[in-house]
Design a protein. Structure first.
Length: 195
């Protein structure tokens, strides 16, 4: 493994991130053996993350206020996921931050007509690309939390991981095999040490 490359390249993919970009957003803050990692540690990193996830055009800059709102949405999503996972009511501030992002640049409904015929579509607000990105992230999370896959949403059970994933089966407790192996190795070490 190349230790000079960004830490994000060493991260194993978490089940569900490929379908829900909001899950990928929550997982931009995690812990590795050397300590906590934040893939959105400054406006430049956040801009790159949004561009890579096709939420923001590369030519559009992200200012400090928009960066703060993105981080606020990430923390609100983490609180909403935790509330969902524990069957609790989320903190009012987290729900308000989420709803603010959802309304940041609501898409305009429209009718598109293709060779296959008419279909409903939504057009993002082109005048507020950063707001549209927040709105799309919040809409994605709302779809996850209210959709058929919501019961698969789980927090990794490995100590210190703090990532969320979609379970492929009810017995799955870890976001990646790496976390599962780490937990099993710690158990084996504790058992040997206890003898």
């Amino acid at each position: 493994m190349d230790h000079e490359s960004p830490v994000s390249l060493h991260r194993l993919p978490v089940p569900g991130e490929e379908r829900y970009v909001s899950l990928a957003l929550v997982n931009t803050r995690f812990t590795l053996s050397h300590g906590p990692v934040d893939l959105l540690d400054d406006t430049e990193a956040a801009h790159l993350w949004l561009v890579r996830h096709e939420l923001l055009p590369d030519r559009v800059a992200l200012n400090g206020r928009q960066f703060g709102r993105l981080l606020g949405l990430r923390e609100a999503l983490r609180a909403l996921f935790t509330a969902y996972g524990t069957a609790a009511v989320p903190p009012a501030g987290s729900l308000a931050a989420f709803n603010s992002a959802l309304a940041a640049a609501p898409p305009t409904p429209r009718l598109d007509w293709t060779a296959d015929g008419p279909r409903r579509a939504h057009q993002s607000d082109a005048g507020n690309p950063a707001g549209a990105a927040l709105s799309l992230l919040a809409e994605d999370a709302a779809e996850l939390l209210t959709g058929p896959e919501a019961d698969q949403l789980a927090e990794c059970a490995a100590q210190g991981c703090a990532r969320w994933f979609l379970r492929s089966h009810a017995a799955r407790r870890w976001c990646t095999t790496k976390c599962g192996n780490r937990v099993r190795a710690a158990r084996a070490y504790a058992a040997r040490k206890g003898r």
